[in-house]
Design a protein around this ligand. Structure first.
Ligand SMILES: [Zn+2]
Length: 192
């Protein structure tokens, strides 16, 4: 899954390692002709790639939702919401998954365990508008860039014609969406 570069350090051999939002590191070498990344050799170049996305194999795979994911998605929700609202949220989420009025995606680890999910619904009354919906991250895997990666994927997968995406915010998620708006403005470039 793609994760944003948030910093750098050098390994014992002096090679540059990009620090990713998920907490994993990844070598970004400039060893022509095999690996060509001239930007990594200068401070200015490295700074310019902050926020750029790298594929992080250790963060699992992002793929479209399939009906067989339904129970695992419901478990993910149950683990993520406070006890008092669980049954109401679960009923709504179950109904959403049954109808699936959206592009919906899941992130799974290499064992097939679901870590996060999220989708984008186009407003039936106005196809230029869409909203992010049911973006859920496993509580043990929060603050690792998974939610942001799912949300960005949804934005990029938005059908042609969608010009505005509504972000439903609650107070506790404001920071996340501020970060997302920043990422959308700066981080949509992809560096592999
Ligand atoms: Zn990672």
């Amino acid at each position: 899954m793609e994760q944003a570069i948030i910093g750098y350090h050098r390994d014992a051999e002096g090679d540059w390692v990009a620090e990713l939002a998920c907490g994993h590191g990844q070598h970004v070498r400039h060893k022509p002709p095999w690996t060509v990344r001239p930007w990594v050799t200068t401070e200015e170049g490295r700074q310019s790639k902050l926020g750029a996305l790298l594929e992080c194999k250790r963060c699992g795979t992002l793929r479209p939702y399939v009906p067989a994911d339904r129970d695992a998605c419901l478990v993910l929700l149950r683990r993520s919401v406070p006890e008092h609202s669980a049954s109401e949220d679960e009923a709504q989420f179950r109904d959403f998954l049954n109808r699936l009025p959206a592009s919906y995606f899941v992130v799974e680890d290499d064992q097939g365990l679901l870590l996060a999910s999220g989708g984008l619904v186009v407003e039936p009354s106005d196809p230029s508008r869409a909203k992010l919906c049911w973006c859920i991250v496993d509580p043990d895997r929060q603050r690792q860039g998974l939610g942001r990666a799912v949300a960005l994927h949804c934005l990029r997968a938005a059908p042609a014609g969608v010009s505005r995406v509504h972000l439903e915010t609650s107070h506790e998620r404001e920071g996340f969406y501020e970060e997302l708006a920043l990422a959308a403005a700066h981080g949509l470039q992809s560096e592999r």
